[in-house]
Design a protein around this ligand. Structure first.
Ligand code: MG
Length: 263
């Protein structure tokens, strides 16, 4: 069952979303060669708690850290640790914040130092696919419209969407109905209604769509070792259209800032 939220409840979720966005912004500034993913996690936890939030991921099904940090071929769910970012690395950072019982969830992929051209293009295409999906978050559309928007843009650019991991409804719990695949058929799936709130999160691989689970049983990586990128926003469906609750000004993809009225 998809739980619809009232305007007041969406305002509360927006407060959690602000902390997610600000934390990701802070982390982006910290991503440089020589920094460990454990150091990023420590900074994020401190930041979230300073802003009266709880790191949603910590302890979730036993996850041991406050953020997920997934470098290069790692898609999602990387446990932060001693890995030191190198010049040209990309790293996907996923942050969840619970504030006064409401959850916000967002992710970005950023480069340490200067990314190679392929990595840069992968990040651009992935973030653009998220924007296109958000534009479909309008009451009266169907969930398949959202999913299809990601798939279409990613595949037109020669990349692959991960099929075994999905976005999700979000509210008092991080994971609510519905599941939101990054592929689908326009016009199919649940009808979108005002008050629904979704965490939309394209996970895009430069090579095969197939993924493998790591020895720690958390980290998920591309099966062929190709690069992967991940962008996520928490989005509320308002009568007037989508409202991004985890919006951050400086995360615009280059050249796309004015392509959609949303940003
Ligand atoms: Mg999520």
């Amino acid at each position: 069952m998809i739980i619809r939220k009232s305007r007041d409840q969406i305002e509360k979720m927006a407060q959690a979303g602000v902390v997610v966005a600000a934390c990701l912004e802070m982390l982006r500034g910290e991503c440089r060669p020589g920094v460990t993913t454990a150091a990023l996690d420590a900074k994020a936890e401190k930041f979230i708690r300073k802003h009266k939030g709880m790191p949603t991921f910590k302890g979730y099904r036993g996850f041991p850290a406050s953020i997920c940090a997934s470098p290069n071929a790692m898609v999602v769910h990387g446990i932060p640790g001693p890995y030191e970012l190198k010049d040209g690395d990309i790293v996907s950072l996923d942050v969840g914040v619970t504030l006064e019982g409401w959850v916000g969830d967002g992710a970005v992929t950023v480069a340490a130092g200067k990314p190679r051209r392929l990595a840069e293009r992968l990040m651009e295409v992935t973030e653009a696919s998220l924007k296109l999906a958000i534009a479909k978050c309008v009451p009266g559309n169907h969930l398949g419209d959202v999913s299809h928007a990601v798939e279409e843009h990613v595949e037109a650019n020669g990349f692959a969407v991960v099929r075994t991991l999905v976005g999700h409804g979000i509210g008092r719990n991080m994971h609510e109905d519905p599941q939101i695949p990054n592929y689908g058929t326009p016009g199919e799936g649940p009808l979108l209604e005002e008050g629904m709130v979704f965490a939309i999160e394209p996970m895009v691989n430069a090579g095969t769509h197939r993924v493998v689970v790591g020895e720690d049983k958390w980290a998920i990586s591309t099966a062929d070792g190709s690069l992967s990128a991940h962008f996520e926003h928490t989005v509320a469906l308002m009568e007037s259209g989508p409202r991004i609750l985890t919006l951050r000004g400086s995360m615009k993809a280059p050249g796309l800032g004015t392509a959609l009225p949303l940003w």
